[in-house]
Design a protein around this ligand. Structure first.
Ligand SMILES: *[C@@H]1O[C@H](CO)[C@@H](O)[C@H](O)[C@H]1NC(C)=O
Ligand SMILES: *[C@@H]1O[C@H](CO)[C@@H](O)[C@H](O)[C@H]1NC(C)=O
Length: 250
């Protein structure tokens, strides 16, 4: 009897070489009435942990977040622009505040909304830009940096349960956010003397019209965030069984 009980206990608790996530992150019970409040704290703490990453389980650092490159092509009437950024660093996520969480999950769907504010985000990197405006051609390259303040946004994260030989996991399939930004200031240095005057003008134009430009740029940014959000969250979700990440009370 005792042997059987022990075996059952071991089987129920066996993580069988899988990750013991509670070492790193606070875990919330999925059918508890205060799962949303629990997740506010869990995600708030999780941001500090995720900032440095969890090297033991190959979760990358998210603050600063390093992105190798980003390519953008933009066409609008007479304007054609190609922009390639390299070695991009995004800083500031760890000073965010989690305000509210709405969690909805059952056996065949997973949906999580997280309301956040971030006081300041700093983005920097190298760039190369080519622009054409009617017959005018511009080539510029150098460094860029942007400061955004008072960001307000909601993460909308969707996933589906997926079974494999290790158990049931949630695969995150969609990550959406559309930050409202209080203020934005950008600066592009230009190592190409031939177009330096134009980039100086461009800097002033960008800072005076950033709200319109931000709106134009959002679809590209959102596409990029969607990919990053899915990649980073699946580093956790696909390594930790659903029942360990969001246990159910029996
Ligand atoms: C199952 O877990 C083992 C050990 O952690 C791992 O090597 C393997 O890739 C996992 N299988 C899948 C399908 O994720
Ligand atoms: C952004 O903030 C940093 C640090 O305060 C500063 O060095 C940089 O010049 C700022 N960039 C812009 C474009 O204002």
């Amino acid at each position: 009897m005792i042997r059987i009980a022990l075996t059952v206990t071991v089987l129920l608790h066996c993580s069988c070489g899988l990750v013991d996530i509670e070492k790193y992150l606070k875990v919330c019970r999925r059918n508890s009435v205060d799962v949303n409040d629990c997740l506010v704290d869990a995600i708030q703490d999780g941001l500090s942990v995720m900032a440095a990453g969890i090297p033991d389980i190959n979760v990358p650092a998210v603050d600063p977040y390093h992105q190798k490159d980003l390519r953008i092509e933009y066409k609008n009437n007479q304007i054609l622009a190609k922009f390639t950024a390299k070695d991009i660093y995004v800083e500031g996520l760890k000073s965010s505040t989690v305000h509210d969480v709405r969690f909805r999950a059952d056996d065949d769907q997973f949906h999580l909304e997280v309301d956040l504010t971030t006081p300041r985000v700093h983005v920097r990197g190298k760039y190369r830009g080519e622009g054409r405006y009617n017959s005018l051609k511009i080539l510029a390259y150098g460094m860029f940096n942007t400061n955004m303040t008072d960001l307000t946004y909601t993460w909308k994260i969707d996933g589906v349960p997926e079974k494999n030989q290790n158990g049931t996991f949630i695969r995150i399939t969609d990550f959406y956010m559309r930050p409202d930004v209080g203020q934005m200031m950008s600066y592009l240095s230009n190592d190409n003397p031939e177009s330096r005057e134009i980039t100086e003008l461009g800097n002033r134009f960008t800072n005076n019209n950033w709200r319109i430009l931000y709106r134009e740029f959002l679809p590209f940014a959102q596409d990029n965030w969607n990919k990053i959000g899915i990649k980073v969250s699946n580093k956790i979700f696909l390594q930790v069984p659903y029942d360990q990440l969001f246990p159910v009370d029996l």
